[in-house]
Design a protein around this ligand. Structure first.
Ligand SMILES: *Cc1c(COP(=O)(O)O)cnc(C)c1O
Length: 381
């Protein structure tokens, strides 16, 4: 195996040198005025970048904790929750609801498709839901929900909190709370932000914060908004020790994002994703996600006939590229390729070259350069 391994799974994603360097910095006290200033600037920048008129939270934990935090602060036991699932992570929301004594109804899309705003509207018209959760991009399927259209529809339901799970999307796909009428959005550091795992990022607008205020004391402690708001407003205060170096790493990631621009970053992801998808189709793969709902952050690729999953992925690993396997019914039939965050054209050329080699080793003959050629032609356009 190569010494250098490209981690092309749907998170963690490659961490660029300048972000790695922040992880290696000498520690500072969390009350050090220099760190307090850095922490505050990250929180403020993130609030602005994502159009949040309420509160932005940067807390040690993973995306799963953010899922729990979202529901903990917007619902109480016995509430109705509508879960819009386009794959695997909707099931996790269902499980969290069971633990919390919430009544969950699930709208499940066939894998590779997404639930439409009209289907959600019909369901919301049946009874009063406290919140609706939508997975923006589900890593199990590579399908992306139309969160802007759903947000527009949600204007008809002002008493329902609209929660978006952006964990495999945020900072790759375009998202903005104010523009898209999203009440609560969350992600984790290791996906399109291109930071090491360990931080959750959560945005709650004024409406979501007002809902929290109606709940009084909630059973959860660590993920209670009320515990964190004083710290997010003034990080010199203490609630629980901040992940100092991860905050710096995130600060560098945010600096890169600001320099690139949110919309330009999305356009880069879009162009790259469509070029990758066209190249991979040319090599014989079939995309699970249907045209019209394909994510820009990852692709889920069904093997051409005869290519064996374990052998293919072992061949990739041998050449220094790690991808993820398919889930559930697609285990052994598909692989999942992340292409989000701070990756560039040269990374993708390398990945496609390795895939071409692995296909040939697995008995699916492709001319060398075929996928790379299609990709580069698309990128030149
Ligand atoms: C990765 C992921 C999560 C879970 O995040 P963890 O950091 O692994 O806890 C939740 N939702 C989606 C859509 C994801 O892709």
């Amino acid at each position: 195996m190569k010494e250098k391994t490209m981690v092309m799974i749907p998170g963690p994603t490659p961490v660029v040198r300048s972000i790695q360097d922040q992880m290696g910095r000498e520690i500072q006290a969390f009350g050090d005025p220099r760190f307090v200033k850095d922490y505050k600037s990250v929180i403020d920048d993130l609030g602005q970048l994502f159009g949040c008129d309420g509160k932005t939270f940067v807390v040690a934990g993973t995306g799963t904790l953010a899922m729990e935090m979202a529901l903990a602060n917007t619902t109480k036991r016995g509430d109705n929750v509508l879960i819009v699932s386009n794959g695997f992570f909707g099931d996790r929301f269902t499980d969290i609801c069971a633990h919390k004594g919430l009544n969950a109804d699930v709208l499940q899309a066939e894998w590779g498709h997404v639930v439409s705003p009209a289907q959600i509207e019909a369901k919301l018209s049946e009874k009063q839901y406290s919140v609706v959760t939508v997975t923006h991009v589900d890593t199990a399927t590579g399908a992306a929900a139309d969160i802007a259209a759903i947000g527009e529809m949600m204007k008809k339901f002002p008493d329902t909190i609209y929660i978006v799970d952006g964990v495999a999307a945020t900072a790759g796909e375009y998202e903005n709370l104010a523009e898209m009428n999203i009440d609560l959005l969350f992600t984790a550091s290791q996906k399109a932000f291109g930071v090491c795992p360990g931080l959750l990022l959560l945005w709650a607008n004024k409406k979501a914060m007002a809902r929290r205020a109606t709940l009084g004391v909630i059973p959860e402690y660590y993920c209670d908004f009320d515990k964190w708001v004083p710290i997010m407003d003034d990080p010199s205060k203490y609630f629980a020790t901040p992940a100092v170096n991860l905050v710096w790493a995130l600060q560098e990631s945010v600096r890169i994002i600001k320099e690139e621009g949110m919309k330009a970053r999305y356009q880069r992801h879009l162009k790259n994703a469509r070029a990758m998808q066209k190249a991979l189709e040319a090599l014989g793969f079939t995309l699970l996600a249907q045209p019209g709902c394909r994510a820009v952050t990852l692709s889920n690729l069904i093997y051409p006939a005869g290519v064996e999953d374990a052998k293919f992925r072992a061949a990739l690993l041998e050449e220094g590229v790690i991808v993820a396997g398919g889930l559930a019914a697609y285990a052994g039939k598909m692989f999942r390729l992340g292409h989000m965050g701070n990756i560039d054209v040269n990374d993708e050329v390398a990945v496609l070259g390795v895939i071409e080699r692995a296909l040939n080793q697995c008995g699916h003959a492709v001319p060398y350069g075929k996928g790379v050629g299609v990709y580069l032609e698309e990128m030149e356009k």
